[in-house]
Design a protein around this ligand. Sequence first.
Ligand code: GDP
Length: 296
Amino acid sequence: MFESLQERLGSILNGLTGRGALSEADVSAALREVRRALLEADVALEVVRSFTDKVREKSVGAAVLKSIKPGQMVVKIVHDELVAMLGDEGVAIDLNAPAPVVLMMVGLQGSGKTTTSAKIAKRLTERQGKKVLMASLDTRRPAAQEQLRQLGEQVKVTTLPVVPGQTPVEIARRAEQAGRLGGYDVVILDTAGRTHIDEPLMVEMADIKAAAKPHEVLLVADSLTGQDAVNLARNFDSRVGVTGLILTRMDGDGRGGAALSMRAVTGKPVKLIGVGEKMDALEEFHPKRIADRILG
Ligand code: GDP
């Protein structure tokens, strides 16, 4: 991920640092290239525009252009703006609430929601010593409920037994109750997905949210879907309200645009990234490290 962007930006910025003096026109020309590279990496247009505007504003001041190493100062400005665009600091899942803390996972079918639920459960159990309960709210697909049960077994985390005929809202309430009575720290609700956003899905998510009062609503999105993932996040956030984003398949060969623009478009932090199918393939999202990687 980000390799081609890294290559493109690297050579544009090397062109700047290799020179002793810089004019406003030099900076503008480089920024046009930066803009093209970001658009090719599938970063959202509005994000690219605001990014290059900010870099231009900060770069063309006399202090920068007349400095001893203007190119290096421009590169630093690009770096800092990249970090600002990605969200200054990594933001962890917030468990700061009375137990059981309810985490509601939302997203489209196939985005990696069930896998990610189990990965998070494993992580919280192993690294933070939490007692976690998972529940599948996908009443339309018995296979999804079975998948969560199997993953639960694999990561040694309890799943709520399935009671046939219950609605997602009823399951959510039962999960919360089981969490409370069973002394669980965290309850993860793996909601149903669809192949695309539709009204019944949004209504179902809103109903579950109203009933379960989750402390976090985490949208799981496939990073390989690029701008679709960004639009999805915008949609889910305006209809259901999300508190954080999780991008899966960051191990794939996507261009990285979704990861780069999601925070800026939604204002919500990318909390975790999925980097493979294995249960340990989940990482925190560190904006600064990613900016360092992109700028080499
Ligand atoms: P759901 O329908 O949203 O619950 O999606 P699943 O959790 O069933 O995931 C769909 C497929 O994507 C499964 O084969 C997962 O193993 C795979 N998957 C999930 N996250 C990742 C990831 O970060 N990287 C890769 N390579 N595959 C993933």
